[in-house]
Design a protein around this ligand. Structure first.
Ligand code: ATP
Ligand code: MN
Length: 532
């Protein structure tokens, strides 16, 4: 273990804290259990509980300064805050940290040396330090000897802001400061904030270098064909990128440069609720491996993870270094994508299991960023609720969606990549009547798209969204490919399709001014004559 004086944090004004610099896995297990953060499950993983079980997007701020003022798309998830508020909170935090224990990891965000940033990740919790060790790109000993820190993250969950004095919304805050190249966070133990904070930084910085930052997973076939999978939370980025027949590049955050794809991360963060060991063997294995962090997974009486137990949250997670997945792509780099897949978990059961998108539909779907949540537990709510999150990741994208959409369109055009919309959600009816698409069918359809099998297929045009649906795919039973055929009641399908088309149009109004008229013209048409 490397114990040093506070010198590594002297620039922050922290003088008397005990600093653990770049501790390894064994040490972090020891610290986390000593500090009462969690326990080791019988099969190996460090298992922890957190006060918040998801991100806190409403408590995320960006300091408004000369660097951000004209480049950030303010409003929505991008809430401005003053540099003075940041400075005061940082000052309070550093005084709070005096005399405490802190963990520091020096890691990279980005596997491409041209674009990576060196991150100094300072955390109060040992388990966050292990999470960061697993999830970021670990420097080689030579790189570590000469490590350049571009950004600092200071994350102290037990530090609570006072909203009446500190200029923030609650006791929780995540604030990005581009001038000082720092993120400070307090109030939340959810480890995902560490990685999504730096994701936001790269999403802001990279477009100026001509790099498209993306909320997507990526893998590559034996002949070098790269595929990207965009999608909001729960749509299948992690699940579908871990494909035994392809090499994993990464499961969540990537950049597209003039030479291809690079991962921002060195690990994966998989949802593990009710994970099926047969359908997802690779991810399942990580939940029984030493070194993994299991967040909010309940242990049974024998000390083994019970993945069916959602009593703490449905958002149970496994965080593991990418090397735990067999068949990874060395270096987490790939060439230009041959296929781009937009994943959506449509709980309305309207969108086809797979369809092919035109260039205009690509822009339209990317800017819309649709998925649908199943109804919650509130009384009387029986219908799914639509989520439109632009760029399939609104909470992480500081710039105007049009900027990202134009970059993507250019990259897709230059590379000639095919673009597909894949519904991993409901079929045969909306949530309640229908059922979730089988993972086996989704995988088969994706393989058909990636292998070029669909290039020679016959397509029919679905009227409301104008989507091109293959009429026949080997291994997929009849009546699955066209969602209208999958519903017992075709009229009910038409009505739901019209309703969803109206929701798309309503959402897109705020973007119409900023996009090419051809994109707007590709909008869904609720008044189209139904099929059949
Ligand atoms: P996040 O951004 O939160 O990491 P994600 O896009 O990576 O989300 P996954 O973690 O892959 O999403 O979650 C998809 C979930 O849906 C998994 O629990 C998976 O088992 C389940 N699932 C059910 N049916 C399908 C399907 N047909 N395709 C993909 N996933 C499915
Ligand atoms: Mn994921």
């Amino acid at each position: 273990m490397s114990l040093t004086a506070s010198a590594p944090l002297a620039d922050l004004g922290i003088k008397t804290a005990t600093i653990h610099l770049n501790p390894g896995v064994d040490d972090l297990y020891a610290h986390a259990t000593r500090l009462g953060e969690g326990v080791q499950a019988a099969c190996g993983p460090l298992t922890v509980r957190t006060n918040k079980t998801g991100r806190s997007p409403k408590d995320r701020f960006i300091v408004e300064d000369d660097l951000t003022r004209d480049k950030v798309w303010w409003g929505g998830f991008n809430t401005p805050i003053s540099g003075a508020v940041f400075d005061r909170l940082l000052d309070k935090m550093t005084r709070y940290a005096e005399g405490k224990e802190l963990f520091v990891q020096q890691v990279y965000a980005g596997t491409d040396p041209r674009y990576r940033i060196g991150c100094r990740m300072v955390t109060e919790m040992a388990y966050h330090s292990l999470f960061i060790h697993n999830m970021f790109v670990r420097p080689t000993p030579a790189e570590l000897a000469d490590f350049h820190e571009d950004w600092t993250v200071l994350n102290i969950p037990s530090f609570r802001a006072d909203p009446t004095l500190d200029g923030v919304r609650s006791d929780t805050f995540i604030i990005m400061n581009f001038t000082r190249r720092m993120i400070i966070a307090g109030g939340t133990q959810y480890a995902g904030e560490n990685k999504k904070g730096i994701f936001g930084v790269l999403n802001f910085l990279l477009p100026d270098q001509g790099v498209m930052p993306m909320h997507c997973s990526a893998n590559v076939g034996d002949d070098g064909d790269v595929a990207l999978f965009f999608g909001l939370s729960g749509t299948g980025k992690t699940t579908l990128s871990a494909d035994p027949s392809r090499h994993l590049i990464g499961d969540d955050e990537h950049g597209w440069t003039d030479s291809g794809i690079f991962n921002f991360e060195g690990g994966c963060y998989a949802k593990v609720i009710k994970l099926n060991p047969e359908a997802e063997p690779d991810i399942y294995r990580t939940t029984r491996t030493y070194g993994t962090v299991l967040e909010n997974v309940v242990l049974d009486a024998g000390g083994q993870p019970d993945l069916n137990d959602g009593s703490l949250t449905e958002n149970t997670r496994s965080a593991y270094p990418i090397s735990q997945i067999p068949n990874v792509q060395p270096g987490s780099l790939g060439g230009h994508p041959r296929n781009v897949v937009f994943l959506t978990a449509d709980a309305f059961g309207v969108l086809p299991p797979i369809s092919r998108l035109s260039a205009e539909q690509t822009m339209y779907q990317f800017i819309s960023g649709f998925t649908a949540k199943i109804p919650g537990t509130e009384d009387g709510v029986t219908e799914p609720s639509p989520t439109f999150s632009t760029c399939f990741g609104a909470p992480f994208m500081p710039r105007h969606p049009g900027e990202y959409a134009r970059l993507l369109a250019q990259k897709v055009q230059d590379s000639g990549a095919r673009v597909w919309l894949v519904n991993t959600g409901w079929t045969g009816g909306m949530y309640g009547t229908g059922q979730r698409m089988s993972i086996a069918h989704t995988r088969r359809l994706i393989h058909a798209a990636l292998s070029g099998e669909l290039d020679g297929a016959t397509f029919e045009r679905e009227p409301h969204f104008g989507l091109e649906i293959p009429t026949d795919v080997q291994g997929i039973p009849a009546g699955v490919l066209n969602p209208r055929d999958a519903w017992a009641d075709p009229q009910a399908y038409d009505e739901t399709a019209r309703k969803l088309a109206r929701m798309f149009r309503e959402n897109f109004r705020r973007f119409e001014d900023g996009v090419d008229p051809a994109v707007t013209a590709s909008m869904p048409d609720p008044d189209a004559a139904p099929q059949g």
